[in-house]
Ligand binder design. Sequence first.
Ligand SMILES: Nc1nc2c(ncn2[C@@H]2O[C@H](COP(=O)(O)OP(=O)(O)O)[C@@H](O)[C@H]2O)c(=O)[nH]1
Ligand SMILES: [Mg+2]
Length: 311
Amino acid sequence: MSIIPKLSLSRLKEGLTKTRTNIINKITEVVTRKGIIESDFLEELEEILISSDLGSNLSEKVIESTKAELFKEKDRSVETVKKILKNELIKILSSTGSKNQTYFEKDFPKPYVILVSGINGSGKTTTIGKLAYKLKTDGFKILIASGDTFRAAANDQLKIWTTKANVDLMETRSGDASAVVYDALNKAIKEKYDIVLIDTAGRLQNNKNLMQELAKIQKVTSNLIPNAPHESLIVLDANSGQNAIVQANEFQKYIPITGIILTKLDGTAKGGVIFQICIEKEIPIRFIGIGEKIDDLQIFEPDAFVDAVFS
Ligand SMILES: Nc1nc2c(ncn2[C@@H]2O[C@H](COP(=O)(O)OP(=O)(O)O)[C@@H](O)[C@H]2O)c(=O)[nH]1
Ligand SMILES: [Mg+2]
């Protein structure tokens, strides 16, 4: 069985309202005010992209190619500008292997282990709850390992999510994160779980001890199950701008990262950061978080994302 989590375009649009309003209203305003396309129009357009966190280098590139395309067109209306920009942006998002992937391949190895990392508050636990719900709904047997042994409330938070998603939880007994992962994986093997999701403590990327603990979790996992973790997803908060890239770089020094989950896109007008992440990290964005509710997680699809921003 292979699953493709269902994408709701209307929910996506709703979640990206702030970014869309920022970009589209400004573009419409500039095009309407200027009427004709002059070089200062393109400068203003560049400013708009920068203001939604596309980064100055990338904005400049996008404007250059938009300009080239635009001058080939007779009709230089808002709609044409939007259409050209859209195409340029889809090209960027599709360039890093993020394009229309299915979540699991057919006959994936079981238990399939997904390690989730990221700094404190980025949205790991919430995202695991949402993902567990999605996967459970698709008929999989899910176990979550409560690997955040630092925050007292972490386990209780996870308990609430596992109850909502109706999945199982391996709680910590000793306060040792690697031990709970070890227990969870053994249970998963014995009791034939399909997927294990490993929650971890939030850590500052410059805290060496905590980062080494993460490396230990990785090692325990790969020792027990060959090729596991099968996915290692870093959770990044869309509000953290350029710092999201710094975080990913630091985590990669300790564990391999195979994918990105970008959360809280609903809370920011600076959703353009996703383009910078795609260009600089060359790691596929797997999911995006667009709210706090259990179904506010979507598989990332470049075309749908850009459509939702521009329509
Ligand atoms: N608006 C919004 N809030 C989110 C999203 N994902 C997580 N959060 C919130 O971010 C806060 C921190 O989340 P949590 O999962 O505890 O982060 P963790 O420390 O990485 O485990 C919580 O209040 C979540 O409800 C999202 O996609 N949108
Ligand atoms: Mg947490």
